[in-house]
Design a protein around this ligand. Structure first.
Ligand code: 2AM
Ligand code: CA
Ligand code: CA
Ligand code: CA
Length: 266
């Protein structure tokens, strides 16, 4: 069955705004916080409630579609065949908890592994980034223009500065060299927003040692519309079914960061 992606984007956008309203309401009450894989990997009941909100909307409206989300509301997915919604209900949970600011809802819709729709909504800033494959990328309905290139030494990249001091991080030294050579780095704490910022020319690149598909799936739809690149540190295609290193950026910067910094066999 063929899908009208423009129509589906409108539906996804309406749900995203509705979910944002629920998140804002939740900020009025104390939020119950738990640790997941480590003491700094946080989750709240709001993350789970928002994922569940999307899961039920999609199940009712598009029963034949599949669902991949961070909080495990749906059954595990082993394939990207068909239409798959890849959702991070709150990207930047630590910011949500500590700042009540700088977090996003990330919603992507893929078809047979190809990104068709991407939405990243900065809830507190009321800033919506959206893209539909072949129809451009937008911030609050203003079209983003294809990016201009900048040399590496004039580039600003998004990077969680913690990666530079973690002894167990095998990429510590290549990342330190990159930080030394670029103009500056920024750490915003939301991978989805940082990838959207690359598409919007607010950052030239973004790099993370460990991301999951819901962190980057929507962002990649935006990047493709403005001519940016995304891959693992070794320059391979992202997998979407498992965690990996992720490097995104303007084409020549992306290539240089891979070939001269993080792409080496460790
Ligand atoms: P999250 O807030 O949805 O968990 C923080 O630097 C960025 O990395 C956020 O986008 C965060 O997403 C993501 N991230 C991915 N894996 C993480 C983990 N194990 N712990 C904390 N943040 C993680
Ligand atoms: Ca998380
Ligand atoms: Ca995330
Ligand atoms: Ca999340």
């Amino acid at each position: 069955m063929s899908v009208d992606w423009l129509e589906l984007e409108k539906v996804a956008k309406a749900w995203t705004y509705e979910a944002a309203g629920l998140i804002k309401q939740s900020l009025a009450n104390p939020i119950h916080i738990e640790a997941k894989s480590n003491p700094d990997d946080l989750v709240t009941e709001v993350d789970r409630a928002i994922e569940s909100f999307f899961y039920h909307k999609i199940d009712q409206t598009y029963p034949e579609h599949h669902f991949l989300g961070e909080e495990g509301i749906a059954e595990e997915l082993n394939s990207l065949d068909g239409t798959v919604w890849i959702i991070d209900p709150i990207d930047g949970t630590m910011n949500f908890v500590h700042q009540k600011y700088n977090f996003a809802i990330s919603v992507a819709v893929y078809h047979d592994g190809v990104g068709m729709v991407g939405l990243i909504y900065d809830v507190m800033n009321d800033e919506l980034f959206h893209a539909i494959r072949g129809h451009g990328a937008y911030v609050n309905n203003e079209e983003l223009v294809p990016v201009k290139e900048r040399p590496l030494h004039e580039s600003i990249i998004g990077l969680n500065a913690k990666w530079l001091v973690q002894e167990k991080n095998p990429y510590k030294n290549p990342l330190k060299a990159l930080v030394r050579d670029v103009r500056s780095i920024r750490s915003y704490g939301s991978a989805a927003l940082e990838i959207a910022y690359v598409a919007a020319d607010r950052l030239d690149g973004y790099i993370s040692v460990n991301l999951s598909p819901w962190d980057y799936a929507a962002g990649i739809v935006l990047l493709e519309e403005v001519g940016c690149k995304a891959s693992t540190f070794r320059g391979e295609h992202l997998d979407y079914l498992q965690k990996s290193t992720v490097i995104v950026g303007k084409p020549s910067l992306h290539k240089e960061m891979v070939s001269s910094y993080v792409g080496e066999e460790l």
